[in-house]
Write a protein that binds this ligand. Structure first.
Ligand SMILES: [Zn+2]
Length: 248
C-alpha cells in the first residue's frame, strides 16, 4: 500500500514498476493506492513513481526505489486433476478472463478492517496449500504457481464472503470451476473456486460472512476444497495478508 498526503484539489497518478497505480481518498487529503505484485516477480529493486499537479498548476514528481524480496515459495506436485485443465495457454487465458473484472477499480470502498476467513471456524486454519507455491500438475514441469489459498473442507461445506462487496461474476470456468467473484472496491476482489453450488447471483450486494456458496471439486481440482483468491489491481496476492492485516 502506498499512502501520500497531497493538498486539497491536487491531482496525482503513478506507477509501481510496470503497474499503473490508482489513488483513492476517504478524507480528501490522504490518498492511498493498493497494488499487488505477482508471485513470480523477480526479487530486486523496483521503482515507485508519482506525479501530479497542484490546483495552481504547479507540477510535482517523486521517484523512490523499493526492494522486492523473494517469497521463498515451495514446490508442489499435484496429481489427479483432469488432464484437459493442464496447459500454459489455458492458464493464461483464464487469468486474462478474470483481469477483465479485476483490473477495474470501483471508487467506493466497501470493506473496513480485516477480511474474514471464508470457511467455518473449524476449518479456518486448515490450510491445504499456501499461496505462491510453484506447481506441477499431473507430472508437468513446474510452470505454474498457486494463485490462492486452499482450505480443507468436506463436500458442500459453507463458503462465506470474506468482506462486504458486490458479486460481479458467478459461473463455470475451465480451471477455477464454479467461481464467484466479489468486488470490494478500490481494485480489490475476492474469488471462490471449485464450488458445487452457487448461493448468490451477479449484481447482488453481500455482507461480510454471508453464505455465498458450497464447496465442491469442479475445474482443476483433485478433491473437495475451497480455493480462495484475493486480487489487487489485477494481480493475485496472498490472501493470508488480508486476514492478518488491515488495508488501509
Ligand atoms: Zn488452490
Amino acid at each position: 500500500m502506498i499512502e501520500v498526503d497531497i493538498p486539497d484539489g491536487a491531482q496525482i497518478s503513478g506507477s509501481l514498476g510496470e503497474y499503473p497505480l490508482s489513488f483513492f481518498t476517504q478524507d480528501g487529503k490522504t490518498y492511498q493506492s493498493l497494488q499487488g505484485l505477482h508471485a513470480k516477480e523477480s526479487p530486486g529493486l523496483n521503482s515507485i513513481s508519482m506525479s501530479g499537479t497542484l490546483t495552481d498548476g504547479t507540477p510535482f514528481a517523486l521517484t523512490q526505489m523499493v526492494e522486492v524480496f523473494s517469497g521463498d515459495y515451495h514446490y508442489e506436485e499435484i496429481i489427479g486433476v483432469p488432464q484437459e485443465t493442464v496447459g500454459i495457454d489455458i492458464t493464461e487465458d483464464e487469468t486474462i478472463q478474470l483481469q477483465e473484472y479485476t483490473l477495474q477499480s470501483t471508487q467506493n470502498k466497501f470493506w473496513a478492517g480485516e477480511f474474514l476467513s471464508p470457511v467455518p471456524p473449524a476449518f479456518s486454519a486448515a490450510y491445504a496449500s499456501y499461496y505462491g507455491g510453484r506447481r506441477s500438475y499431473n507430472g508437468s514441469g513446474y510452470y505454474y504457481f498457486h494463485s490462492g489459498l486452499d482450505y480443507f473442507s468436506p463436500m458442500s461445506g459453507d463458503i462465506y464472503a470474506a468482506a462486504p462487496g458486490k458479486v460481479v461474476f458467478t459461473g463455470p470456468m475451465l480451471l477455477h470451476g464454479n467461481t464467484t467473484l466479489i468486488d470490494h472496491g478500490w481494485g480489490v476482489y475476492s474469488l471462490y473456486a471449485h464450488q458445487s453450488e452457487f448461493l448468490v447471483q451477479e449484481e447482488q450486494q453481500v455482507s461480510a460472512g454471508a453464505l455465498i456458496g458450497r464447496v465442491g471439486s469442479t475445474g482443476r481440482s483433485s478433491g473437495p476444497h475451497l480455493h480462495w483468491e484475493i486480487w489487487v489491481g489485477g494481480i493475485q496476492v496472498n490472501p493470508l495478508d488480508w486476514v492478518d492485516n488491515i488495508y488501509p
